[in-house]
Structure formats: C-alpha cells, structure tokens
Design a protein around this ligand. Structure first.
Ligand code: MN3
Length: 243
C-alpha cells in the first residue's frame, strides 16, 4: 500500500530530525510526535484539477476538513502507546478502548480516505482521466464486462449514496474480485468490525460524495461532479493498488 509506505517514511524522517537535534536522548514528547499521523500535501497545486474540481473547494477540503481529521485522530491516539498504520487501526478497531473506537472510525477514516482520494486524482496533463490499461483494465473487463459498464455502475452507486459517504472500487478480500461498494460517513472497506464481509477489501479507488467535496461549485448537482471527476482519475496510481 503506497499510503502506508509514504506515511512510514515521513514518520521515520521526523524521528530522524528529532534524533539529530537531540542525539542520544529523544524525549517522550518527541517520540510521540514521531509516531503521529501526517497530513500530506496535495500532490498537485490546488487549482490543478480545474475545471473538474475548483481550487477553493480543494483548499478548504484539504486544509480544513482533511487537516481536522488528522488533528483529531492524533489527539485521540495520544492516549495509547505504540505506532500503528491505518490498516492496523482499521483491522483491529475493536481491540482499542471503546472511547477511542469512534475517533478511529470517524477521524482515522477521514484521514486515510482523503490520502487515498488526493492520490487517486491527477490533472489531465499529468495522466488524469481516460481509461485504465494493463492488468487493471483486464481485471475490470473480467469482473464487470467492460470499462463502460463499470463506470456506469460506479457513477450510479456514487450518485445514490444517501447523505454523506463514499463510493469505492475495491479488490474484495474474500474472493479477489473487483467490486463496487458504498460506505457511510468516513467508513471504508478496511474497517473489519464495521462492515459486512462482502464490503471488505483493498480500496483501489474512492470517491468522496460528501457535500463539502462539491457543493461550492456544483451545489446540488452531484451527478455533474461525478461525471467531471472521471476526467481527473489517476489510473496509473490506481493500478498500483491492485494486488
Ligand atoms: Mn471529504
């Protein structure tokens, strides 16, 4: 999982910086800091996805919403020792104190889901849009019949999420098939104690259909947001998530 690896590298870098400043005696505060979850920068300028997604929406979405999930997750996780990847948090959510489980579900979910969301998109000039190729294209054809059928079913699923939530393309854990699932709020297909087994798997692609993701530009026209979002999907990155 590229996200986990990147986070691990960032944490290691922080730890290294702290150690360089205070060789030999890392304080507890510094080591806790090093274990925290990181808000990654957007992988492109905030206006890079225009006109599909406007700069103002991207800024508020990343700098306020995503940042808030990371901050609240870190505040909650400061109460426990140990270092966890997102995957470990979601797989073992029910092993944490009950008071923490809500924070992991909502803020851990929010933090992870947006990491995946930003990296699932790219400006058209840098590979966004079009269709998948190679192994991912073959697997989509195998499991959905064609890319057009997949795209239509995904748009339908995203368009009919009631209230706030996400649409996902996952590689299902139970049988390795690619399937489309939806989740409420910030739940995601890695949350073992939250979702039924048929919704669990590796997220390949996620679409945020919370109103904060599109309302400034599209108001209530979620279907327009979804159809324009296809023009910035980063298929080369999504392909890397396929096992
Ligand atoms: Mn969001």
């Amino acid at each position: 999982m590229p996200i986990t690896r990147r986070d691990a590298l960032k944490r290691t870098a922080l730890l290294g910086a702290a150690a360089a400043l205070a060789p030999g005696w890392l304080t507890r505060a510094q080591s806790v800091e090093a274990a925290m979850f990181v808000l990654p920068d957007l992988p492109y300028p905030a206006n890079a996805l225009e006109p599909a997604i406007d700069a103002r929406t991207m800024q508020i979405h990343h700098d306020k919403h995503h940042a808030g999930y990371v901050r609240k997750l870190n505040a909650a996780m400061a109460e426990v020792s140990g270092e966890y990847s997102y995957e470990e948090l979601f797989a073992g959510m029910d092993t944490f104190p009950e008071t923490l489980q809500g924070a992991i579900r909502n803020n851990g979910g929010g933090a992870y889901n947006h990491d995946l969301f930003w990296t699932s998109m790219a400006p058209p000039a840098r590979g966004g849009g079009g269709m998948p190729s190679g192994a991912l294209a073959a697997k989509i054809n195998q499991d959905f019949g064609s890319f057009a059928v997949f795209q239509d079913q995904f748009s339908q699923a995203a368009g009919t999420v009631f209230g706030s939530g996400w649409a996902w393309l996952i590689q299902r854990k139970s049988d390795g098939k690619l399937v489309i699932v939806t989740t409420e709020n910030q739940d995601n297909p890695l949350m073992v104690s939250v979702l039924p087994p048929e919704k669990l798997g590796t997220p390949l692609l996620g679409l945020d259909v919370w109103e904060h993701a599109y309302y400034l530009h599209y108001q209530n026209r979620r279907a327009d947001y979804i159809s324009n979002w296809w023009k910035v999907v980063n298929w080369p990155e999504v392909s890397l998530r396929l096992a």
